[in-house]
Design a protein around this ligand. Structure first.
Ligand SMILES: Cc1ncc(C[n+]2csc(CCOP(=O)(O)OP(=O)(O)O)c2C)c(N)n1
Ligand SMILES: [Mg+2]
Length: 326
């Protein structure tokens, strides 16, 4: 009995400490996460720019607060996420995510800051939670964990080459067994394509005629330690994807009209049950939107310093002051 009240007191004390630390942190670090929830609907291409800028700002803020994590890939793919989640292509209910929905698997798990920022902007969870990126006990771990229970994280990823295989399995499950008519999207990096298992998954997708499957390749030609074509050449990419049985479309991954056209093509392929999966090769710039990060592979896996975050946010349309001295 005594032990129980001790545990309860202990628990209350810990909670009070957590609240205190949160209040202190937000006083010291002048970062505000605007509580916006964007609608998911068909939009004119130019409407995506504001959403993508918000996603990029949220990526910078969560990374500078975390003090570690990946900047380049998340910033580079923000336009793809803006179109996919807010253009009516992914179907979901933000307030009740696990109801009937389309699936998105982030095979390049290290890019999760963009997934978290996007999901928060759908209203799937409170934007303030972006403050907890990479913190102990947070649902926003450095690589997505299904067991963390964050709405919108379908499976755990981070080990490159595995997410796409899981996504193909999901598409097979629906196409061959469940027939609920959901779509499955996955995003891989281009360095990730050096994993052999990616191509086994691709082979299976066409073998099983998974026209409900859309493979997005973030083709920034950057990876952890250099240019993709220098480390291990993956080109010609279109030809490879086509040879693996995909309907392939290459787009500028920062052009909203081209991205919309590519997703429209996938939806048409799946609706007419063309029998082929779709691959969208999105040419992107690592670090897009922040001048000193653009097209620099050195930004693959590091966060901005406070001074760099201040400059980055100013370039993205928001002024913040330096954190107060501690
Ligand atoms: C199986 C496996 N091997 C190595 C890594 C370490 N790793 C994480 S990201 C990365 C580079 C991936 O390059 P790319 O997919 O192009 O992502 P980008 O650098 O463009 O964000 C590597 C080697 C990993 N996560 N999983
Ligand atoms: Mg890359």
């Amino acid at each position: 009995m005594q032990g129980e009240s001790f545990r309860t007191a202990n628990c209350l004390f810990l909670r009070a400490c957590t609240v205190f630390v949160k209040v202190l942190m937000s006083a010291i670090f002048p970062v505000v996460f605007e509580p916006v929830a964007y609608e998911n609907r068909h939009r004119q291409p130019q409407e995506f720019a504001e959403i993508a800028r918000m996603i990029r700002r949220d990526i910078i803020k969560s990374l500078v607060l975390a003090g570690s994590g990946h900047s380049g890939g998340p910033l580079g793919s923000a336009d793809i996420f803006a179109v996919l989640y807010f253009g009516g292509y992914m179907r979901y209910t933000p307030q009740n995510w696990w109801t009937p929905r389309d699936r998105f698997v982030l095979s390049a798990g290290h890019m999760c800051p963009v997934l978290y920022a996007t999901l928060a902007n759908t209203g799937a969870f409170p934007k303030e939670e972006l403050r907890t990126l990479r913190k102990y006990n947070s649902r926003l771990q450095g690589h997505p964990g299904r067991d963390m229970g964050l709405p919108g994280v379908e499976t755990s990823t981070g080990s490159l080459g595995q997410g796409i295989s899981i996504a193909v399995g999901m598409a097979m499950a629906d196409k061959l067994l469940d027939s609920n008519g959901y779509r499955v999207f996955t995003l891989t990096g281009d360095g990730e394509l050096q994993e052999g298992s990616v191509w086994e998954a691709a082979m299976a997708a066409s073998n099983f005629r998974l026209d409900n499957f859309c493979w997005i390749i973030d083709n920034n030609d950057c990876q952890i330690d250099g240019r993709v074509h220098d480390v291990m050449n993956i080109y010609p990419l279109e030809d490879k994807c086509r040879a693996f049985g995909f309907d392939v479309v290459t787009v500028n991954g920062h052009d909203y009209a081209e991205l919309c056209a590519a997703f429209d093509r996938f939806i048409a392929n799946s609706e007419k049950q063309c029998g082929k999966p779709t691959a969208i090769i999105a040419k992107t710039l690592m670090g897009k939107g922040v001048s000193f990060m653009e097209d620099r592979y050195e930004w693959h896996g590091k966060p901005p310093t406070w001074e760099q975050a201040r400059i980055a946010l100013a370039e993205l349309g928001e002024e913040i002051s330096e954190p107060a001295a501690v």
